[in-house]
Design a protein. Structure first.
Length: 325
């Protein structure tokens, strides 16, 4: 019964989520003039209208200094320097880009920054703007679809202190007007510390929009358990059923009774690969948003991030909101 013990040992943690309002007063959308960031901006604008939030379009101009190969004054040659960027021209271009993707009646602030490292500069300015949410689009500048905004978006996903909404290239466009941007939400719950905050966001969004929400926990049954012969005396179906019942009980305990008054909540426990099952459930339910918790920034957390969250972001057909503790 060792394998069943592994499944049960996480049960020592108890969670309950209060239905407190999640702050969403400042939304920052990273734009780079691509159709993918245009789709992200369209989604960010819908969110800003729904939450009556301040929307800021943030563009980083890559400006890498030329390496000073020759020592100053050698043979009378001065070091080569890049010409300064005309920020007013770039700012006009950003405003034109915003106008093409956001209704003319909606106010959008534009911020242009120069950056030697795009991801670091975007993160720094988002923090300075006190962003409640960062919105980014996915695409591959280098031609590889699995790359997110080059390497910039992946770094933003890993390091942003605020929630990050990733809008995939093939996501359905957010509704126009003041319609709720998300009405069918799937929230992945793994009973880690990060999932409590993620659930708070998911519940708040679902309650605000009177939406339907599916809480999903995926059990990863050890392969060795399935391989055990009957002679071992272990009833594998009974072990699975007990684990599913326990996880379902814990899911129910996480949701306040009051939440059921404002939104429809479905809870499900399945067995399989977490990332694959979250994406499958989102497709099955016709979800327009996936919400996931992300752990801290240690080396182990980065490994876990790459194996689960990144996989969901890469394969999801709808926007994915990642929430860090």
């Amino acid at each position: 019964m060792m394998a069943f013990g592994v499944l049960q040992q996480r049960s020592v943690h108890r969670f309950s989520v209060r239905c407190a309002m999640v702050s969403c007063e400042r939304i920052v959308c990273c734009v780079d003039f691509s159709e993918f960031s245009g789709r992200a901006l369209h989604c960010a604008a819908a969110l800003a209208r729904w939450y009556d939030a301040r929307l800021i379009a943030l563009h980083a101009v890559l400006n890498v200094p030329v390496v000073d190969v020759l020592p100053g004054g050698a043979a009378g040659i001065s070091p080569v320097r890049l010409a300064s960027i005309d920020s007013s021209v770039v700012a006009d271009a950003v405003r034109s880009f915003v106008a093409a993707h956001v209704p003319p009646t909606q106010v959008v602030e534009t911020v242009v920054v120069e950056a030697g490292n795009v991801a670091d500069e975007l993160l720094t300015h988002a923090a300075a703007l006190d962003a409640d949410m960062l919105v980014i689009g996915t695409h591959g500048r280098s031609g590889f679809e699995r790359v997110l905004l080059g390497s910039a978006a992946e770094k933003i996903l890993r390091k942003a202190s605020c929630p990050v909404l990733v809008v995939p290239r093939h996501a359905t466009e957010a509704p126009a007007g003041d319609t709720a941007p998300f009405t069918e939400i799937v929230c992945g719950i793994d009973f880690s510390a990060s999932c409590e905050r993620a659930l708070a966001y998911a519940l708040d969004m679902a309650e605000e929009a009177d939406a339907r929400m599916t809480l999903l926990h995926v059990i990863e049954m050890p392969p060795e358990l399935h391989a055990l012969p009957n002679a071992e005396g272990i009833d594998v179906p009974a072990v699975r059923a007990a684990a599913e019942a326990d996880c379902l009980r814990r899911l129910r305990a996480m949701v306040p009774e009051s939440a059921h008054t404002y939104c429809t909540i479905h809870m499900e426990v399945v067995e399989g690969n977490p990332a694959r099952e979250i994406v499958r459930m989102a497709e099955q339910r016709g979800a327009d948003l996936i919400v996931m918790g992300v752990q801290g920034r240690s080396a182990v957390d980065m490994l876990l991030f790459g194996s689960k969250t990144h996989s969901v972001v890469r394969h999801s057909a709808c926007p994915v909101l990642t929430v860090r503790v």
